[in-house]
Design a protein around this ligand. Structure first.
Ligand code: SF4
Ligand code: SF4
Length: 294
């Protein structure tokens, strides 16, 4: 069966958290936008249901937080039970309770969870992780690699089960010294993939061939980072546009993009865990240094 990775982002941009590094902090969506987001998501879910000639892996990448909205929770449960859906995952701050996932197929549903120190206590965040463990739901946990987050990230790594992968995202606009990079790499052996943008111009990328990005209105693009539309999901026009093609951007610096950049070979590193960011062979965790970066 033809594999297709689909990143979906509707208009929702509200979030219950107030992260100082985020433009969507404490944003409130007007009721009309929430209704549009729900309608768009249900339409997308219907398309997924009907598109049984491909093996679909879906990642919801909302600008804000989706799991405080019932329609994201219900859609993940519903899609997880479809035989042609290999994965349905969402990026989340894990603020909302996770018990609803008991109704999902744990072989298919997964979470990409981000821990935001300052917005939630470590114990509350870890409670959510333990509940996911009890439910048998796959998840990765990550932290933005700001110096102020280092101690919290070390404590989180120590408290999480060794089987849970902790990723570190390089903070936007922050230049890492070699020592800082080394410190963060002791927490996430794959930090090196995040710390520098990847030159991508002219290089072959799976995006636009076996991966697409979908907006709420059905606009299909090859990825979230190249705005040129390939067509629309709901009139089928995107299908004839899929083909091998080189990247037209100078750099690719976001994990959800560069995992598809062919020369990096990251589809082999993550395999089934590509969308929820869980490496196939979890790297051996090096010993942790308790010192802080500058
Ligand atoms: S939880 Fe995510 S979306 Fe919400 S404010 Fe923080 S970074 Fe932004
Ligand atoms: S390398 Fe990144 S920016 Fe370029 S096509 Fe692939 S995902 Fe898009």
């Amino acid at each position: 069966m033809n594999d297709l990775y689909v990143l979906y982002r509707g208009p929702l941009a509200s979030c219950n958290y107030d992260c100082p590094y985020c433009p969507f902090a404490k944003r409130v969506d007007p009721p009309a936008l929430l209704r549009a987001d729900q309608a768009d998501l249900l339409r997308f879910a219907s398309w997924v249901t009907e598109t049984a000639d491909r093996r679909l892996s879906i990642l919801f990448t909302p600008w804000g937080e989706g799991l405080t909205r019932s329609w994201y929770r219900e859609t993940i449960v519903r899609l997880s039970h479809l035989p042609h859906v290999a994965r349905v995952a969402i990026q989340t701050n894990l603020a909302a309770r996770v018990d609803w996932l008991a109704a999902a197929d744990p072989r298919v549903a997964a979470l990409w969870a981000t821990y935001h120190p300052g917005q939630v206590t470590a114990s509350r965040f870890l409670d959510r992780c333990r509940r996911l463990d009890a439910l048998g739901i796959r998840y990765s946990v990550g932290v933005v690699g700001l110096p102020a987050h280092y101690d919290a990230a070390v404590a989180l790594r120590a408290a999480l089960p060794p089987s849970v992968y902790l990723w570190i995202n390089a903070a936007e606009g922050h230049l890492y010294t070699p020592d800082e990079e080394q410190l963060w790499t002791t927490l996430d052996p794959l930090f090196g993939d995040s710390v520098r943008p990847h030159p991508s111009l002219g290089l072959p990328c799976h995006a636009g061939e076996t991966a697409i990005s979908v907006l709420g209105d059905g606009t299909v693009r090859r990825c979230h980072f190249i705005p040129t539309p390939l067509g629309n999901l709901y009139d089928g026009s995107w299908q004839s546009a899929l083909r091998p093609r080189p990247c037209t951007n100078t750099l690719c610096d976001c994990h959800i993009g560069y995992v598809h950049l062919k020369p990096l070979g990251l589809r082999d590193v993550y395999a089934d865990g590509l969308l929820e960011r869980i490496p196939a062979a979890f790297p051996v965790r090096p010993s942790l240094e308790p010192t802080s970066p500058s």
